[in-house]
Design a protein around this ligand. Structure first.
Ligand SMILES: Nc1ncnc2c1ncn2[C@@H]1O[C@H](COP(=O)(O)OP(=O)(O)OP(=O)(O)O)[C@@H](O)[C@H]1O
Ligand SMILES: [Mg+2]
Length: 263
């Protein structure tokens, strides 16, 4: 069966730096896949390439067999890839609910003119979108915060709002870039359970994550990168035991925190 996401020989350089170098990986439909690697390995660049924020120098990205590497970001979003950002990017001045409503409109809103004129069809659509946004907030455990301005929320809460906003676009593939950064163990665990629920409801997830316990407990498969290349793909246990992975993490002084996480 065709993988939902297939990346082939993907490459992206910034000046002389090969951030992603001939990377190939597959994410089967209906799984939670982890993307690991030390600082600067190229993980965020991969997410930026997959979501169309960056254009690859070479290589292919196929969603359900269809090449998407040449498409602009909004077209890729329309085809079912949604994402969150390593550094949370919410809209200033909007409430939690409004952030998620904005995410819903990205995919399926009524026409702008109809909304401006307040036509009945638009009002009905707005009610539906609002109800869906509330549902999504509840799904990420943030229903009680719906009316709060996003900037007044904790970092972990803002990350959850961002996930809900991404889900508003009804993605087939959800890309999460370090979704548990800044969260405590209980909050991280809740994100793990959330991605499992999403998977079970038909959303395939690719997440950049450093927390080995979380990866082991919640990812069906893992790809580990180093210096822009894939080191190994496989089950979390097989990847963690791989000598190249151990070396990639343990061989670097600036990854002390992550070394700790590996133990
Ligand atoms: N827009 C850019 N311009 C120039 N260099 C960049 C740019 N984006 C990323 N890089 C460089 O590409 C390399 C890979 O960066 P990337 O952010 O993809 O790594 P990462 O694996 O996400 O790291 P981290 O774990 O720190 O988030 C790094 O050396 C980084 O400095
Ligand atoms: Mg990154």
């Amino acid at each position: 069966m065709t993988a939902l996401l297939a990346v082939e020989q993907l490459g992206k350089s910034f000046g002389g730096l090969r951030a992603v170098a001939d990377l190939s990986l597959e994410v089967p439909r209906g799984c939670v896949a982890g993307l690991m690697g030390p600082n600067g390995a190229g993980k965020t660049t991969v997410i930026n390439l997959l979501s169309g924020l960056l254009r690859p120098d070479h290589g292919h990205i196929r969603l359900d067999g269809v090449p998407i590497e040449a498409l602009p970001a909004h077209e890729i979003a329309a085809r079912g890839i949604a994402r969150t950002y390593q550094n949370v990017r919410l809209f200033a001045g909007l409430t939690a609910l409004e952030q998620v409503i904005a995410g819903c409109f990205l995919q399926r809103g009524a026409s702008l003119l109809a909304s401006l004129l307040g036509l009945p069809a638009a009002r009905a659509a707005q009610r539906r979108v609002r109800a869906r946004a509330m549902e999504l907030l509840a799904q990420v455990g943030m229903a009680a915060r719906a009316e709060q301005l996003a900037e007044t929320l904790s970092y972990g809460e803002q990350r959850r709002i961002e996930i809900a906003r991404a889900l508003g676009a009804e993605p087939r593939l959800l890309l999460l870039d370090e979704p548990t950064a800044g969260m405590n163990a209980a909050e991280s665990e809740a994100i793990g359970r959330l991605v499992h629920r999403l998977r079970d409801s038909g959303v395939t997830v690719l997440m950049v994550e450093h927390n080995v316990r979380l990866i082991t407990a919640f990812c069906d498969r893992v790809s580990v990168m180093n210096f822009g290349r894939a080191l190994v793909h496989g089950t979390p246990a097989a990847c963690m035991a791989h000598p190249g992975v151990q070396e990639a993490y343990f061989g670097r002084r600036d990854d002390a925190a992550r070394i700790q996480a590996l133990r």
